[in-house]
Design a binder for this molecule. Sequence first.
Ligand code: ZN
Length: 315
Amino acid sequence: MPKLPSPRIFGVSLLAALSLAAVVGCEGQTGIAAAGGPVVRTPPGSISVYQLAGRLGMRVVASTATSATLCSGRDTVTFFADPGGAVYVNAQPFAGHGPISSAGGMLFVPEPLAPQLAQLLPPPAPRPRPTGRWVGPLGPVVIDAGHGGKDPGAISVLKTTEKDVNLAVAERVCDLLAADGVEVVRTRRGDRFVELNDRAAVANRCDAELFVSIHADSCDNPDASGSTVYICRAASLDSLAAARAVERALCDAGVDSRGIREADFRVLVRTSGPAILIELGYLSNPAEARRLQQADYQARLAAAISQAILQHLRS
Ligand code: ZN
């Protein structure tokens, strides 16, 4: 099968272009379900309370399918889902908030609510950036090796498991970043099962500069191949910039690329800070499956990803 085009998209119209090009993985749900967990059915025009918290410089301190509470040191905002949806800012009712929907066990609010609340609750002053020579990020980078333990992820045509490929590449990425002085936090060590919500919670707890989830794809078409970098539909510009850096680095390393795509993977919409999900390639493609289990190819992927992360942190 001819290589899929590598849609490198640049410029400020990228978000618009991406929303038109929103794609669900490998021509269907198979690839998506194998990746960062089932895609959350985000209500149109909405962002999760986690994304809202990120935009307001707040933290989600409680979150269920029917209510959520966001806190900063100074302010508290509480949401109740429809029907009877309500928003309280510092215990005072906040009118005109629009629909408060529930999906995937969390709440979603209309995106325009973010600037409205930001006016009312100016975010705390941004953390000072280091001046002069860059010495490292202020917060850690969270590396999430997809699946693990009882959840093998996709099984390759060679019977290797996605969880092992993900972990091998993720560990190399962690080592390379650490060697460059970046503080790295892993969502899993070794062959352990970790819930999707807990993976995002790791990033939210440590105020991560970037959350990077590493997966490998699979679908029914054995010819499908190439890496893909995902961001969620309401991704921040920071997420987008990180995705672009990784996609470009993978291309430069000679890795087939399917470009940057949008999907509301659970780990992406439950993360308050910048977040991306990388599909390294297709385990359902015999040639790619062979490559993905080779140490030198894993090293090439890891080098490209870690270089891109470093470059993104420095920018
Ligand atoms: Zn996966």
